[in-house]
Design a protein around this ligand. Sequence first.
Ligand code: FPP
Length: 278
Amino acid sequence: MKMESIPSGGPMMINKLKFWKTSKDNDALEERINALKELPMPKHVAIIMDGNGRWAKKRALPRVAGHHEGMKRVRRITRLASKLGIEVLTLYAFSTENWKRPKNEVEYLMKLPGEFLGTFLPELKEENVRVQMMGYKDVLPEHTLNAVGKAITETQHNNGLILNFALNYGSRDEIVRAVKNIIHDVRAGKLDVKDITEANFSDYLMSHSLRDPDLLIRTSGEIRLSNFMLWQLAYTEFFFSDVLWPDFNEENLVEAIEVYQQRSRRYGGLKSEGEEEE
Ligand code: FPP
């Protein structure tokens, strides 16, 4: 570094300036967080955490390094979601299509819930977070199921944020299974065809205990749903971010919610009173 680019005072002064900038940034973020709390908060936020592989590639690291960094972001984003009073945070951690990836990557991804919960479960419990999972358990390795099962059991009485992992989840298959189960119940005389409604169809989905997402975030610049909560996202607001998941930070989540709060949700109807028609 050229000497003339260092302000008088040298490296110590640079550190002080960096500290000053960081604490100023933190104050600004805190202000934005407080402003968010003045407006309706999305109650259920769902995230397609994409871009781990590209994050690693940019740094000449193996893909799994991106997943590991992505796992750490899960903790930070969960912490903020909890602080904001969001009720449900659903994270797409592994899709039914992800089994097609190389064996070592799949094995690594299957170890992440264990690593994540092994490290962070005590903190999640302290923060009153309740862990849940939606996805097909039958083909998940035992160690993955054990880690998630332990967290579900140990947090089942918490009533704060629900941290819902979509693990081995696929939406089309979920819908097909729901249809089969409805047919089964009709045949068994438990349900009359004329009584099938959107509401009780939802009861046959894996998300039956949760409200539909209000806000969907997908990171990494990809603009698609990748078989994620197709039924549940019918009226959800979408926010697509170019940021790769391992770089997605508190500020990015705040921005997504700010954008959400500026949108008007009409559910196919007209704007509510007080809002101007365009
Ligand atoms: C997609 O990125 C990401 C995944 C398939 C895995 C997401 C998993 C995590 C972020 C960690 C999960 C953590 C816990 C606690 C379960 P990609 O690999 O497709 O990225 P690319 O499109 O850049 O290749």
